[in-house]
Design a protein around this ligand. Structure first.
Ligand SMILES: Nc1ncnc2c1ncn2[C@@H]1O[C@H](COP(=O)(O)OP(=O)(O)O)[C@@H](O)[C@H]1O
Ligand SMILES: O=P(O)(O)OC[C@H]1O[C@H](OP(=O)(O)OP(=O)(O)O)[C@H](O)[C@@H]1O
Length: 193
């Protein structure tokens, strides 16, 4: 049986990377795999354990078909390595850090993916992004503006979310609470699948 692609998305600063790190051990214990993203962001930059490449290297990798999914946002290019297809074919679940803007395309390739939207109030988001200190204040405002522009999934009204088959996770509280909710959600949706 094919594994399930779990597509975690949400605005910059909503806590995707923190959640992936905190949930990694319990999920790996259940055989779930985690994809390491390839990003045209310098390797020393704060944040996730991504492979930093130059724009030229990214182009070359993309040309070679190295990515199962790839997109551009925030002035960067992001790639999800093709090996996730081997994991899925082997029946393993795979959790990826996705993009709201790329969800529709991702769904065309993986119709059964489980889309999870991580949400936090904008004021908290701004605070967390400033505290993280990876982007300049201008870049942070651009990311917040990008978030507001997501009428479909960024605003996340209950009706829209239901229609788009998106599960919403709130990360305004303690991270461990969000980890517990994610584990519960994965368990529940597995039983319904
Ligand atoms: N539940 C939480 N409570 C407090 N701070 C959090 C929580 N989740 C994440 N953070 C902090 O918010 C900042 C942004 O989180 P991060 O995981 O980098 O978000 P993303 O990957 O979505 O951009 C980080 O500094 C992180 O430590
Ligand atoms: O279409 P969107 O949902 O806006 O997503 C676009 C990209 O922005 C985020 O990455 P970013 O470089 O901001 O890293 P972060 O999420 O770790 O902040 C997200 O992980 C996506 O790769």
């Amino acid at each position: 049986m094919q594994g399930r692609l779990i597509y975690l998305m949400g605005p910059s600063g909503s806590g995707k990377d923190s959640l992936l790190q905190a949930a990694r051990a319990p999920l790996e214990a259940h055989g779930c795999r985690f994809a390491r993203r390839v990003i045209t962001r310098s390797a020393e930059s704060v944040g996730e354990d991504a492979l930093g490449v130059t724009p030229d290297e990214f182009e070359r990798l993309q040309g070679e078909g190295a990515f199962a999914l790839s997109w551009r946002a925030n002035g960067l290019a992001y790639g999800i390595p093709r090996e996730i297809d081997d994991w899925l074919s082997a029946g393993q679940d795979v959790l990826i850090n996705g993009s709201r803007g790329h969800l529709e395309v991702a769904r065309q390739r993986y119709p059964d993916l489980l889309a999870i939207l991580l949400q936090v109030d904008e004021a908290v988001l701004r605070q967390r992004l400033l505290a993280r200190g990876r982007e300049t204040p201008e870049q942070i405002e651009q990311r917040l503006a990008r978030s507001r522009s997501f009428a479909v999934v960024g605003g996340a009204s209950a009706a829209t979310v239901a229609q788009e088959h998106i599960c919403v996770l709130d990360n305004s509280g303690p991270l461990q609470q969000t980890v517990n909710c994610l584990l519960h959600l994965l368990d529940e949706t597995r039983r319904c699948a």
